[in-house]
Design a protein around this ligand. Structure first.
Ligand code: KG4
Ligand code: ZN
Length: 376
């Protein structure tokens, strides 16, 4: 069962006479401005009525990374048009919308505030309930957009994005247990930093993937980033990517000292290969140790083909069922936020109007976004 706080809104109870199904969802936590209309009661494969994503990559590329103030300003400019476009794409009007949702945490505070304030204002104007959504719960829900039946809990999720690398056990909607995480950089962050070292630009993940195409993944043996355990041995489900980034840097410096042209394709392929090996082997080991037979993979880095192949191979070898978010919904999008909100709405949740935003909130506390005393 989806958990939410004891907050009861009597308006929501009255409105329940109408079916609560279509959610207008906004996502503005980082550098994608996204709006979606999602019907949570539609059959699998038909839930997404509209999904608009406006990438801000061109605005941030000259700076080599996301500039928070610029991201917030672009969200302000883009959001109203995307809302109009989403309604146009879905061919529906406000009277068919059951609720409005927006990402409230984690993310860039200024960027989050734009989506949350826009969402709350539209909800108030149109007399709809409002749901603040945890961005990572949204990513988890992207695995429900494959067109097939959603993965049945319990399962293990590998969540790999620009800000997070986590292994999360899911025992039901909203019931999460963190099994492992990175102790330093997130996997996506490592892709972005290594791409910069290789002069490949931003965002790094797709740039490395493209550059690695014809490269030799065996040419450079980069470290697996094991995390020592107090008392000896290694943490089996922990990740560390900062040492890997430094190893790539030292390798580049060595090659440059020898006056050799940089073998960018081989460096990119070798880096990508070790990341895919580490992520797939530790996830599979964790799933097996937890007694779980299903592995779900979500987040921006889940779009990486070498990682997807490594996961397919390891899961086949170990007899695990693998569900990966569709490529279109790996990166930040609002459809996943709409699915998460629809799930909470179905359990009678809504957020208090006083709710704000926060740069961080642990995933297992996502239910607090629907209690009478919001965490921020
Ligand atoms: O989930 P996401 O869109 O945003 C966050 O919530 O962080 O993930 C963005 C991250 C970036 O670091 C980007 O470089 C990485 O996902 N990424 C990729 C690929 N596409 C995006 N990493 C590896 N291979 C890709 N094809
Ligand atoms: Zn994300």
């Amino acid at each position: 069962m989806t958990t939410c706080g004891p907050h009861v809104d009597h308006n929501l109870k009255r409105k329940r006479k109408r079916p609560l199904t279509i959610v207008l969802a906004l996502e503005t936590s980082c550098d994608e401005t996204a709006v979606a209309l999602v019907n949570s009661r539609a059959p699998y494969g038909q839930q997404v009525l509209a999904s608009q994503v406006a990438s801000q990559v061109a605005s941030h590329a000259p700076y080599g990374g996301v500039v928070p103030e610029l991201a917030a300003r672009r969200h302000v400019e883009l959001l109203p048009h995307l809302v109009d476009q989403a309604f146009g794409e879905a061919g529906i009007g406000w009277d068919e919308v059951s609720a409005v949702a927006a990402t409230a945490t984690p993310g860039l505070v200024g960027a989050l505030l734009v989506g949350l304030t826009t969402g709350k204002t539209m909800a108030l104007l149109h007399g709809k309930p409002f749901l603040a959504v945890h961005h990572l719960e949204g990513h988890l829900c992207s695995a429900q957009l494959t067109g097939g039946p959603p993965p049945e809990p319990p399962f293990l999720v590998l969540l790999v994005s620009g800000g997070h690398t986590q292994l999360v056990r899911v025992d039901g909607p909203g019931v999460y247990q963190l099994c492992g995480a990175t102790v330093d950089d997130a996997a996506g962050e490592a892709f972005d930093k290594v791409a910069r070292l290789l002069g490949l630009g931003y965002p790094g993940g797709p740039a490395i993937e493209a550059a690695a195409g014809g490269g030799d993944p065996q040419r450079f043996a980069f470290p697996q980033g094991r995390v020592s355990r107090t008392g000896g041995g290694y943490e089996p489900y922990a990740f560390s990517f900062s040492g890997l980034k430094t190893a790539v840097l030292r390798c580049i410096e060595g090659l440059q000292r020898q006056g050799e042209p940089l073998p960018v394709a081989d460096l990119a392929a070798s880096f990508e290969s070790i990341v895919a090996t580490v992520l797939s082997s530790r996830s599979v080991r964790c799933a097996l140790d937890q007694g779980l037979s299903r592995l779900v993979v979500v987040g921006g880095v889940a779009a990486n083909h070498r990682l997807r192949q490594a996961l397919e191979q390891r899961c086949r070898e170990e007899g695990l069922t693998l569900v990966m978010a569709p490529l279109a919904f790996c990166g930040d999008n609002a459809a996943m936020i709409g699915v998460a909100a629809g799930q909470r709405l179905a359990s009678g949740c809504q957020s208090p109007w006083t709710i704000g935003v926060s740069p961080r909130l642990p995933l297992h506390e996502a239910g607090s976004l629907y209690g009478p005393h919001p965490p921020f």
